[in-house]
Ligand binder design. Structure first.
Ligand code: AMP
Length: 207
């Protein structure tokens, strides 16, 4: 699942994974969990997450390769927030090729920049369940509203840095997956999460 930070790719990826009964693998979630638990990996990645920069490719790819070897990945998985650079896309391709596998589809959740900043500033997370809400589009239920928090890296200074990183380093992989013949562009401008999901699943069913 590809897209700028705040495009809604996490929401789509979780929903699709539940419907298809396959794991949702988010490198951002893995890094944040390690950060919270104060693990060695958490200490290594802290600076990158807090500045809105990318964790080095090698380290990120090692984490993903370990995760993809777990038993629950045998029937497929939805990758969310990975790959995020051409070297990561190349490493993933090589890793999968050794196992006789390949990526079937790369969905690009396409949202213009001006919408992104709006969306990220309204995004909130429930620290107890990890559920993602948006104060504008999908506000938290009353019993959850008091405990939702804003992700440290959704604060305005870091949002701009993350968008810059996205355009410089991540966006080129859209064209890369186009050349691989698996790119599925999902026009998500001004669309609700339900509308985007309907578009994603229509494409997936037609494959
Ligand atoms: P996300 O939740 O996907 O927005 O990721 C949050 C942060 O984790 C990013 O801003 C990066 O610092 C780091 N991160 C997540 N995925 C990757 C990746 N594939 N490569 C490098 N850094 C990543």
């Amino acid at each position: 699942m590809l897209g700028a930070p705040g495009a809604g790719k996490g929401t789509q990826a979780v929903r699709m994974a539940v419907e298809l009964g396959v794991p949702h693998i988010s490198t951002g979630d893995i890094f944040r969990k390690n950060l919270k638990e104060g693990t060695e990996l958490g200490k290594k990645v802290q600076g990158y997450l807090n500045s809105g920069g990318l964790v080095p490719d090698e380290l990120t790819c090692d984490i993903v390769a370990d995760r993809l070897q777990e038993a629950d990945c045998a029937n497929g998985y939805i990758l969310d927030g990975f790959p995020r650079s051409i070297p990561q896309a190349e490493m993933l391709k090589a890793f999968l090729a050794k196992r006789g596998e390949k990526i079937d589809a790369a969905f690009n959740i396409d949202v213009p920049d001006e919408e992104i900043v709006d969306r990220l500033s309204a995004r909130r997370t429930d620290p107890e369940t990890g559920a993602i809400y948006n104060l504008k589009f999908s506000p938290p239920p009353a019993d959850v509203a008091a405990r939702v928090i804003q992700r440290e890296d959704d604060k305005p200074e870091t949002v701009l840095a993350r968008l810059r990183t996205y355009h410089e380093t991540t966006e080129p992989i859209i064209e890369w997956y186009g050349k691989e013949g698996v790119l599925k562009n999902v026009d998500s401008r001004s669309a609700s999460p339900d509308e985007v999901y309907a578009r994603v699943m229509a494409i997936a069913r037609a494959m």
